[in-house]
Design a protein around this ligand. Structure first.
Ligand SMILES: Cc1cc2nc3c(=O)[nH]c(=O)nc-3n(C[C@H](O)[C@H](O)[C@H](O)COP(=O)(O)OP(=O)(O)OC[C@H]3O[C@@H](n4cnc5c(N)ncnc54)[C@H](O)[C@@H]3O)c2cc1C
Length: 414
């Protein structure tokens, strides 16, 4: 509990992204009558990032979290295009890049994450880019529409979504992955294999065990990605657009400069509290406790950002603690709607339900009958049942789980 819980005073939020925008909105809706100031270094009001990698060629990019007028109506001062450059913890102030200083009763750090850059020769060529912001997505959309072929460096969820959108547009796409399978860090080997096949069948060239050495160009324009393949041979992947999607790093520099404890992100508890009682942190920038996991993790997902925004509101207002959620997220690739819950670590056994070949399936991963994660595609009911089993934490009989004649509903209620 902070030392100044209450409904008045000034709350300063650094970062006008999903976590910061949600926090400000929920705080006002919960009856906070003090002042809320939100700084964002982007020019756009808080928006949804998921469509940027999914519908960026077909749908509108600007999907606002709340109508832009909402913030002024709620009395939230949205200071866009203004980066916070310093925190003075002793004085309880922040300073923005225009030199102005603001005092706070509570400070909420919601600075998110930044795409990891690939430091190889040619990365500055025209045509090589990343995808994190609306500005990046606008550039990428124009480039892909004009492209002859696209290379995606990194077979993570965002990279695969971009590749699916590119193929959906009829443009040749190659995914280049350093590990021996796509999604190596975040998905089960079973899901990786299913998705690799799914993408290959739709015309995407999926290269694993392939390390990018450099980008080759002509007159400043990208012409090829040069990789070392599994056999050690150098290969050229011709393309005029390359999207680098090799993970993200927490934007915790401000917090580290203020000597808040950081360890792959700002360390917080399940009330979004840092080790300074007046400072909270939420979203992708945090290293947080996760239900079902020993220690802390950094999650990069909308449900996690929203959960922590709710935690921070409860902490600021002195309300009851928020019940921890089983972590989950989603991804859309072609017509596959993937939903994943839980965390895959260590060893586990897997039960498959449904038909991966038909694009409708659920992978239940368990340790001696206790579910640790569920990965589903186009199977919303199985996902819901899986989440309920994960939340309950009770063991199920793997034989019954594998028996598709037994409805999951029966397993959940047993
Ligand atoms: C392309 C893409 C697709 C995604 N798809 C999915 C998906 O399908 N499902 C899912 O669950 N999640 C998805 N995510 C992840 C999800 O968008 C993030 O988890 C979420 O946006 C995190 O919210 P956040 O507020 O912590 O960070 P962000 O939304 O990144 O917001 C942080 C904001 O803080 C600003 N900022 C940083 N430092 C300062 C400073 N010093 N001063 C002022 N402002 C600052 C940043 O510019 C940024 O605007 C996707 C992410 C991307 C990039």
């Amino acid at each position: 509990m902070t030392d100044r819980a209450g409904t008045a005073g000034r709350v300063v939020v650094v970062g006008a992204g999903h976590a910061g925008g949600t926090f400000a909105a929920l705080l006002c809706q919960a009856g906070f009558s003090g002042e809320v100031v939100v700084f964002g270094d982007e020019l756009d009001p808080p928006y949804h990032r998921p469509p940027l990698s999914k519908e960026f060629l077909s749908g509108p990019l600007e999907k606002w979290l709340r109508e832009p007028a909402f913030y002024a109506e709620q009395g939230v001062a949205l200071r866009l295009g203004e980066r916070v450059v310093q925190i003075d913890r002793a004085a309880a102030t922040v300073t923005s890049e225009n030199g102005r200083t603001w005092s706070y009763d509570h400070l909420v750090l919601a600075t998110g994450a930044a795409s990891r850059w690939l430091d190889v020769p040619g990365a500055d060529l025209d045509g090589v880019g990343m995808l994190r912001s609306l500005v990046d997505a606008r550039v990428l959309r124009d480039r892909v529409r004009a492209a002859g072929s696209v290379a995606v460096v990194g077979g993570g969820y965002i990279g695969l979504e971009v590749a699916a959108a590119v193929r959906g547009n009829g443009t040749p796409a190659t995914v280049i992955e350093r590990e021996d399978r796509i999604l190596a860090r975040v998905a089960s080997a079973e899901l990786s294999a299913i998705l690799a096949r799914f993408h290959s069948e739709r015309g995407t060239a999926v290269m694993t065990d392939s390390v990018v050495r450099r980008f080759d160009g002509e007159a400043g324009r990208l012409r090829a990605v040069v990789v070392t393949g599994p056999d050690g041979d150098e290969r050229h992947v011709p393309c005029d657009v390359a999207v680098v999607g090799v993970g993200a790093v927490p934007r915790d520099k401000l917090a580290r400069s203020a000597r808040l404890t950081c360890d792959n992100g700002i360390v917080v508890d399940d009330g979004a509290r840092t080790d300074d009682p007046r400072i909270l942190a939420i979203g992708d920038v945090t290293s947080r406790p996760v239900r079902g996991v020993t220690g802390r993790m950094r999650l990069e997902s909308i449900p996690s950002a929203v959960e922590q925004a709710r935690q921070a509101v409860a902490t600021v207002l002195g309300g009851p603690a928020v019940e921890p959620e089983v972590p989950w997220f989603w991804s859309d690739q072609f017509d596959l709607k993937l939903k994943i819950a839980g965390v895959l670590r260590g060893t586990f056994a897997t039960v498959v339900r449904g038909d991966p070949g038909a694009g409708r399936f659920a992978l239940f991963h368990h340790r001696e009958g206790v579910l640790v994660a569920v990965e589903t595609a186009n199977a919303p009911a199985d996902f819901m049942a899986g989440r309920r089993l994960l939340t309950a934490g009770r063991p199920v009989d793997p034989g019954r789980l594998a028996d598709q004649r037994i409805g999951l509903r029966d397993l959940v209620t047993v």
